[in-house]
Every structure is written in structure tokens, then in C-alpha cells.
Write a protein that binds this ligand. Sequence first.
Ligand code: ZN
Length: 197
Amino acid sequence: MTRCLDCGSPRTADQCPSCGLTSRAAELVYRRRLVSRTAIFLVGSLAFPYVSQIYPPLDLDLMLVFFGLLFFLALTIAVILENRARRHKEIEVLKRVYSGFIPLPWILAATLFVNGRLDSQKNLAYYPTTVESKFNMKGIVRGSRRLLVHSWRPGQHVERLAVDADDFDRFQDGDTTVVAVEPGALGIPWYYGIYRR
Ligand SMILES: [Zn+2]
């Protein structure tokens, strides 16, 4: 059975009995929607790393891995969708799954933004620690410089702080420092600054 690309109802004639579009018109509408949804997803995928530089969570690298998987999965689904649509195969379930992916980068970005924006400097906590090592991941996203310091959190060996270029150059292995951390309005602790002890 073939289905209307636009509304998904079974197609018995060239003109869909449900939405009234011919198969060619339905394909056009479907494609346009796929492109605009993908655009919304891609812009959100830029918003997330951007906000994560303003209010970087302590577990940023973990989030970036999760985000990378999400991004890869969504684009894979888009490619499969496109393939199946071209061969007139069943796509209703995949269409719905893909729609579910579209707002995710925006939700992640908004969560980090609210978490940082609604936080108060009165809540800053300071943790004495030492720099263990540092590294600069070139070419992935801006702001991929990390200072690795001994962690103050139980069960965690190091904190990978997303520092700016100045702090990255200023600190060396073995330096004794104090790290300022905000608890986060939504309970996601984020890195505020690093200072010399
Ligand atoms: Zn239809």
C-alpha cells in the first residue's frame, strides 16, 4: 500500500482522499517540511555549543558526547527518510521519530541557558584544587580548551574545565588554584572561573 507523503493516509487514487493533494504536490510539501525541520534542528545544534560556552556545565564533555550522538542519529534518520520516500516505502513511524528529534538541541540549549541565567553570584562556591594537565582540541568547536584539575566531587577523579584562551595560557601543570562553581538554577553545576591561590 502506498501512502500520501503529506498526511500519511492510504492512497487509493493519485489525488489523496484525505488532504486533496496529488502525489506530486504531496511530495513537494513533504520535502519542503523535511528541509525546514532539518534547518530548525541544525540551527539548534549551533545554539547548544554556543550557550555551553557562556554557561559551561562541569560535565560539558559528557553532554557534548551525548549531543554528538543525537546529532549523528538525527541526520542518519533524515537520510533514511529521504531514501525511503524516494522509493515510496512506509515512512510514517520514521517521520514521527524524526519530528521528535527536531526540538532536542533547542531544549538542551534552553536548559543550559536558564540554568546559568537564573543563577545568582551569591551562590558561588570556591574549591581549592591543583592543575593536573591541559589540552586543546583543535577544530571541533570554539572553546575546546580544557584545564584538568583534581576533582572535589566524590567519585570523580578530575574536572575538565572549559576555560578561555587566557586562562588556558595562564595556568600550568601543578599550579595551585581555586575554582569558582555556580550550582545552577536547574541543579546543573557550571564552571564560573579559575583563580590563583
Ligand atoms: Zn494526503
